[in-house]
Write a new protein. Structure first.
Length: 333
């Protein structure tokens, strides 16, 4: 365990002007772990803006989401991945789960550093399965950093030290970082720990870039987040959102004129597997679907800095989550 990285340690200095004179560093960092361990929350905190959706429902993240953070001379390109699916065989969602795992393994092949995220003081069977898959993957000496997240939820902070020693025996982690993704000081400390592991090379993105995902993609993800949050455990996680239309009006023109405030018209379909699920999404008198649309529109207006007009429909596509053709048509890699 590296000195100064124990719980309660003072955070390292924030990147300042002196770091700007250092050689440029740029690298890809994969964020991996079991479902619902806080990976998306961590990515949003590292980037400084919400680009990956979150909910209490396991397996909210289904796509490879790239977030960019530039600090001092270092550019961090974070890759939030779906949680490894450890239950595949004989599962009716087998095709979706296999696709999600392929996304994770593909991300690992292209990165320079791996952040293995688990809850501080906990190591479940699913954590062990993910770690085993990591060990089987061809990481070719890429450093793996243990991020012991949700430290603030640990009742007895002193319990984390023996737990970290146990984790050290499980895998040769390059660093151990107990932290909370909700604490800005912990996020800055993690950036400082990761930076030296990035290759010395020019930045790959503009210094102000936050993600390589399109606004259209982010719109679909935000609708899906509200869908999961407002249906809770009622709706199976085999539901998705497909953006059918994304059209812009107004805003700055190519000549720099401003013909009017930016407006974005979005039409999206919520895809479920059964008629009963359709009823869950629509709700009594259409109230739940209306609330999903209202909350998604309000957050989209902040994200896109535009007036948003959002139309939602609910469609039934039986068995889509176990159909490779459907998965590809809905944008799953």
């Amino acid at each position: 365990m590296s000195p100064g990285h124990e719980p309660g340690a003072e955070p390292g200095p924030e990147p300042g002007p002196d770091l700007a004179a250092a050689p440029q560093r740029c690298g890809h960092i994969a964020i991996v772990g079991r479902p619902n361990v806080g990976k998306s929350t961590l990515l949003n905190a590292l980037v400084g803006q919400k680009i990956s959706i979150t909910s209490k429902k396991a397996q909210t993240t289904r796509h490879r989401i790239t977030g960019v953070r530039t600090a001092g001379a270092s550019q961090f390109v974070f890759v939030d991945t779906p949680g490894f699916q450890t239950r595949q065989l004989g599962d009716k969602r087998g095709a979706l789960n296999r696709t999600l795992n392929r996304t994770v393994l593909a991300a690992l092949a292209d990165v320079d550093v791996v952040l293995f995220v688990c809850e501080a003081g906990r190591f479940t069977l699913d954590d062990a399965k993910v770690l085993a898959l990591l060990q089987e993957a061809s990481l070719e000496g890429k450093p793996t950093i243990l991020v012991a997240n949700k430290l603030d939820a640990l009742v007895r902070r002193q319990d984390v030290l023996p737990w970290l020693r146990q984790m050290q025996e499980r895998h040769p982690f390059a660093e151990f970082v107990p932290m909370s993704a909700r604490r800005a000081a912990d996020i800055e400390r993690l950036l400082g720990i990761v930076a030296p592991y990035l290759p010395e090379q020019p930045w790959q993105h503009d210094a102000q870039a936050l993600t390589d995902r399109s606004e259209r993609f982010l719109a679909g993800e935000l609708v899906r987040e509200k869908l999961f949050r407002l249906t809770g455990d009622e709706l199976p996680y085999t539901s998705t959102v497909v953006v059918e239309k994304f059209e812009e009006e107004g805003g700055e023109s190519a000549e720099g004129a401003v013909p009017g405030p930016r407006r974005v018209r979005i039409a999206a379909s919520i895809v479920v597997e059964r008629d009963a699920h359709k009823g869950m999404v629509i709700g009594e008198g259409g109230e739940r679907l209306k609330r999903i649309g209202t909350e998604a529109r309000q957050e989209l207006e902040k994200l896109l800095e535009a007036r948003v007009f959002l139309e939602l429909w609910v469609k039934v596509r039986s068995g889509w989550a176990d159909d490779e053709a459907h998965l590809r048509s809905y944008g799953y890699e």
